[in-house]
Design a protein around this ligand. Structure first.
Ligand SMILES: *Cc1c(COP(=O)(O)O)cnc(C)c1O
Length: 462
């Protein structure tokens, strides 16, 4: 015992100093690529780990100076990877919030690079050599695409709802149907957002049925807004009825109360033209008479994260003057990407080809099967014995709070093993150098092909 103790002390004493390690050739190379304080930290951490190992271990730990320097180099190499790792989305959820939702069009990516690296006319009017308004960057296109009178853009749709409610009805009441008091993705609940916006929630109707007379009876001089919410991620079926927007608009006009609608996904074009489930189209809601409509930039629109508020000029002006707008506004990179995306909607001859979101959503079964036919034999070879790989029909989801039961049919590679659980199979794919994320359904691991455009994407990289 005493002997081991002695040995440990000797080992600890024998470790090189931080300075000594910094002057080794290996660490010297690192110092050409990384700053000194970062590398010094890594040297300290490596030494600390070795000391702990010496103290904990009964067997002697002997490492040469150059071996320790090698440990430092591999610790640095491990951290070289961006914390935002690229992954392969074979989950079958197209707009996956945890994976960053919409993929941007090439035109939008190019704009981000250009605008990020150059002074631009973000709030600068060249004709007057004076101050402009950053919302003007996207105003013309959004007005043309939605038919609204005015527009403003904020950080995300949650911010859009908060800002619009606060601007229209702070200190007053907002009337909402009980069937529309929804929660989206855990942290966005209509009653909570209303409270934070300073608007008192006045619920009307019941969970499954609300009539226009419920709204009418609830109106008092305290009413500041009639709010309609698209129940994006669920639907009440059976004995149910909700009030149509046009009825609510009629009531709002009559009583001179603004009608606001939170659309969530909010499509700019009618997706049913592509054989997809019909999601509310912003222009149709504006045409029906909604005074203010809010929707996301990175859901069905296929652009960057943003919250878009369109509507009547008088209300949008009020929203833009709200000091909260300054706190919630977007930066130039967002506007660059949004503007480029909107220009595609207005001008591109082949929107499906140009916009990744639409491309994913509208892919043909034949295209997915072609890729599957290439992947299956290669994967079979990679995975080896015990695995059964088949191509099956599945249901993909649009995601991000579009109606979950409105699934789109898809094709997937099903991977089964005689002994391994589907969770274990999933781990193996996640551990690939470009992590591959699939989905487990009914005890089987699936790789959905909707978002896969080349066979190599689904092959395991060591
Ligand atoms: C998604 C969604 C939101 C939140 O939008 P974010 O862009 O995620 O902030 C709010 N309301 C509805 C109805 C939604 O579907």
């Amino acid at each position: 015992m005493e002997q081991i103790h002695e040995t440990k002390h000797a080992q600890l004493r024998a470790l090189p100093s931080v300075e000594k390690l910094l002057s080794t050739p290996t660490v010297g190379h690192l110092l050409q690529r990384y700053n000194r304080s970062y590398i010094t930290d890594k040297v300290r951490e490596t030494l600390m780990a070795i000391r702990q190992e010496i103290r904990a271990n009964a067997t002697p730990v002997t490492l040469s100076e150059s071996e320790i320097a090698g440990h430092v180099a591999s610790a640095v190499a491990q951290e070289d990877r961006s914390p935002l790792q690229s992954v392969i989305n074979a989950t079958g959820t197209v707009l996956h919030t945890n994976l960053g939702r919409a993929l941007l069009a090439k035109a939008a990516l190019d704009e981000i690079v250009r605008v990020g690296g150059s002074p631009v006319t973000l709030e600068y009017d060249l004709s007057e050599a004076g101050r402009g308004d950053r919302d003007d960057v996207v105003a013309d296109d959004l007005l043309a695409l939605t038919g609204a009178e005015a527009v403003t853009v904020v950080n995300n749709n949650a911010a859009a709802v908060l800002l619009a409610l606060n601007s229209l009805a702070e200190g007053k009441e907002g009337i909402v149907s009980r069937g529309e008091l929804i929660e989206i993705g855990g942290s966005f609940r209509i009653p909570d957002v209303m409270r934070k916006s300073g608007v008192t929630l006045h619920e009307v109707g019941t969970t499954n049925r609300t009539r226009i007379s419920d709204y009418a009876d609830a109106i008092t001089p305290q009413t500041g807004v009639l709010l309609k919410v698209h129940p994006s991620n669920y639907r009440i079926i059976g004995f149910s009825s909700a009030v149509d927007l046009n009825e609510l608009v009629g009531l709002g006009r009559e009583r001179q109360i603004p009608v606001m609608e939170d659309l969530g996904a909010g499509a700019l074009i009618d997706l049913s033209a592509f054989g997809l489930p019909k999601e509310p189209v912003v222009a149709e809601r504006i045409a029906t008479g909604a005074d203010v409509v809010t929707f996301s930039g990175d859901k069905l629109l296929g652009g960057p994260q943003a919250g878009i508020i369109v509507g009547r000029k008088e209300y949008i002006t009020r929203i833009k003057k709200n000091p909260l707008k300054r706190a919630l506004r977007v930066g130039k990179l967002t506007l660059a990407a949004l503007s480029a995306t909107l220009r595609l909607y207005r001008r591109d001859p082949d929107l499906v080809a140009a916009l990744p979101t639409l491309r994913w959503l509208t892919r043909s079964r034949a295209e997915m099967d072609t890729i599957a036919a290439q992947v299956v034999p290669l994967l079979q070879q990679q995975l080896g014995d015990g695995f059964t790989i088949t191509v099956e029909d599945t249901k993909a989801q649009i995601g991000s709070g579009t109606l979950p039961e409105e699934e789109i049919s898809s094709r997937a590679i099903a991977i089964r093993h005689t002994k391994l659980s589907p969770e274990k199979v999933a781990v193996r794919f996640r551990a690939s150098d470009s992590p591959i994320l699939g989905r487990i359904h009914d005890g089987t691991f699936f790789l959905d092909l909707r978002g896969i455009f080349a066979a190599e994407e689904l092959l395991l990289q060591p």
